[in-house]
Design a protein around this ligand. Structure first.
Ligand code: DGL
Length: 273
C-alpha cells in the first residue's frame, strides 16, 4: 500500500494573510487539493531578523513536503523577499511560487506616475524589493512605506479599532505626501483591510494586489507537474483543503469561514519525522 500523503499544493504564510492568495488559488484551481500552513505563533515575520525568517520558511517547507506538497506557494511577501532564493537553493527539486508587490502592474495603472508600496519593515528593507522597483518602476516615483503593526492587527482579527485607525492615518499621510494615485498592497495581510484603506484614501486611489497573478503562475506549474489523480476528471468536485496553524487557529478558522465560505477545522502542524 502507498503510505505517502496525497499530492497537494502547499501554501504558507506567517499567519492568516496568505488566505488572500489561497482564495485566488481556489478560484483558479477549484480541483486542486490544498494544504495551508499559518505560522501564527511566529508572526509577524515583517519584524523578525532575516535569518529567523529563513529558518521558519525552511521549517514550513519541510512540513508541507511531508504533507504531500509537490508545489509550494510562499503566500507571504516578506518570506519571498527574504527567503525564497535560499529555499530554491536548499530544495532544488521543489517548484516554488512567491508573492511580490505588484510594482509593474501599478506602473501600468498610475496616471500620475506616483506609486506607494505598502509592505512590512522586512520587505521594505530587502534588496529584492529595491531590485524590483529598479527593474519596473524607473519612470515613476515609487515610495516604499513600511507599515509596522498592520499585519499583526489583521492577525489579531482586527479587533483594535483605535490602533487600526492610527495605522490608517499614517498611511493616508504617506500617500498624500507622495501625491500617489496607486497603492500596492505589498503584504498578503493587507487585502483584508482593503475596505478600510479605500475609505481612508478615497475612491480615486487604486489598490493593486497580485493574488490572481500568483494563482495563475501556480496553475501553470501545477499543470506542468501533471500529478496523477489531480486532473479535474479524477478528483471530487470540492477538492480537499487542510488547514494548519502554529497559533491557536481562532482567526484562521474565522477568516476561512468569512472569506472562503467554508467551515473547516484547524489543526496544529504535524511534527517533522
Ligand atoms: N503576510 C506577510 C507578507 O505578505 C507577512 C506579514 C508579517 O507577518 O509581518 O509580507
Amino acid at each position: 500500500m502507498d503510505a505517502r500523503p496525497p499530492a497537494c499544493i502547499g501554501v504558507f504564510d506567517s499567519g492568516v494573510g496568505g488566505l488572500s492568495v489561497l482564495r485566488a488559488l481556489k478560484r483558479r484551481l477549484p480541483d486542486a487539493p490544498l494544504c495551508y500552513l499559518a505560522d501564527s505563533a511566529h508572526a509577524p515575520y515583517g519584524e523578525l531578523p532575516p535569518s529567523r525568517i529563513v529558518e521558519r520558511s525552511d521549517h514550513l517547507t519541510r512540513v508541507l513536503r511531508q504533507q504531500g506538497a509537490r508545489l509550494i506557494v510562499v503566500a507571504c511577501n516578506t518570506a519571498t523577499a527574504v527567503a525564497i532564493d535560499e529555499l530554491r537553493r536548499r530544495f532544488p527539486s521543489v517548484p516554488f511560487v512567491g508573492v511580490e508587490p505588484g510594482v509593474k502592474p501599478a506602473t501600468l495603472l498610475s496616471a500620475r506616475r506616483r506609486i506607494v508600496v505598502l509592505a512590512t519593515p522586512a520587505t521594505v528593507a530587502s534588496l529584492r524589493l529595491r531590485a524590483l522597483v529598479a527593474r519596473h518602476g524607473s519612470d515613476c516615483r515609487v515610495d516604499l512605506v513600511a507599515c509596522p503593526g498592520l499585519a499583526d492587527l489583521v492577525e489579531q482579527g482586527l479587533d483594535d479599532a483605535r490602533a487600526l485607525g492610527d495605522v490608517m492615518a499614517t498611511i493616508v499621510q504617506a500617500v498624500r505626501h507622495a501625491e500617489a494615485d496607486t497603492v500596492v498592497l505589498g503584504c498578503t495581510h493587507y487585502p483584508f483591510v482593503a475596505t478600510e484603506l479605500t475609505s481612508a484614501l478615497g475612491p480615486d486611489v487604486r489598490l493593486v494586489d497580485t493574488a490572481d497573478a500568483v494563482a495563475e503562475q501556480a496553475a501553470r506549474l501545477w499543470s506542468e507537474l501533471a500529478v496523477p489523480g489531480a486532473s479535474p476528471a479524477c478528483v471530487p468536485r470540492e477538492a480537499p483543503l487542510r488547514l494548519y496553524s502554529s497559533g491557536d487557529g481562532t482567526t484562521l478558522r474565522r477568516m476561512v469561514s468569512q472569506w472562503l465560505g467554508q467551515a473547516l477545522e484547524v489543526s496544529a502542524p504535524p511534527a517533522l519525522l
